[in-house]
Ligand binder design. Structure first.
Ligand code: HEM
Length: 212
């Protein structure tokens, strides 16, 4: 007569449990970062419109957030705390776990060129969502650096008297506004390409939402 033990011995071997493609902390910090960055960008456009750096250029009010200068500043300063503290958590966990080095390095110009050409020919494989190709690595490292420049140039504009060294490193108050605007434009360009890539590989969106 079969004992419960024997029954277990005949059962097919259990599949080894696969770890998530993106750990929960990466997913949570990614979505909080996306929310904060988008709120900051849309409210920043309204703040810009109140005093344009380039007189010939302003953002259509309909695509800005905040309604008026005071409202936009409230949104901008509220999302700023989320962007900075969430970004610090993301960077600290990435560094402490060694994930930053594992996921994004090594990165060589040759590998970027090779993967860029392969992408244009439609020859890049997306079968393994766990490892990023060289173009993805470059894009993600670039946007992390860009967000750091955005925060530092924002700090130089917001507290320019308290942080004179930072202000001077940005080339003075007026130039800090140009640096902030340029970094914002690069973030917008990254986001446009990022969303197009996600639309091309929708499975990657599921992985960033569910982990699998
Ligand atoms: C300004 C806003 C955003 C920034 C700065 C940003 C930045 C990033 C970064 C740095 C990564 C790599 C994360 C890591 O592995 O550590 C990433 C991955 C990803 N992001 Fe975003 N993101 C933004 C908005 C969005 C939005 C709005 C979506 C979707 C609608 C999205 C979808 C994804 C997906 C699916 C991945 C994984 C893609 C892959 O496998 O290559 N992101 N994002």
């Amino acid at each position: 007569m079969a004992t419960p033990h024997a029954l277990r011995d005949n059962a097919p071997p259990a599949m080894p449990k696969q770890s998530a493609i993106h750990p929960l902390w990466v997913r949570v910090t990614h979505w909080l970062n996306a929310l904060a960055a988008i709120v900051m960008m849309l409210s920043g456009w309204r703040i810009y419109d109140a005093s344009p750096i380039f007189p010939a250029f302003s953002f259509p009010t309909a695509i800005t957030l905040g309604g008026w200068l005071g409202g936009a500043l409230q949104w901008h300063f509220a999302a700023m705390w989320l962007l900075v503290f969430n970004g610090l958590v993301y960077l600290a966990l990435n560094l402490a776990s060694g994930r930053l080095v594992r996921k994004f390095l090594p990165l060589t110009p040759r590998a970027v060129l090779r993967d860029f050409v392969a992408a244009l020919r439609g020859q890049l494989s997306h079968a393994d969502l766990r490892s990023y190709n060289a173009v993805q690595k470059l894009a993600y490292l670039f946007v992390i650096g860009d967000l750091i420049v955005l925060v530092l140039s924002g700090l130089a504009i917001w507290k320019s008297v308290q942080f004179p060294l930072l202000r001077e490193l940005m080339g003075g108050y007026d130039n800090a506004r140009v640096v902030h605007f340029t970094a914002m434009s690069l973030l917008a360009a990254f986001l446009a390409v990022h969303l197009a890539m996600v639309a091309l590989v929708p499975r990657s969106l599921l992985a960033m939402l569910r982990g699998r």
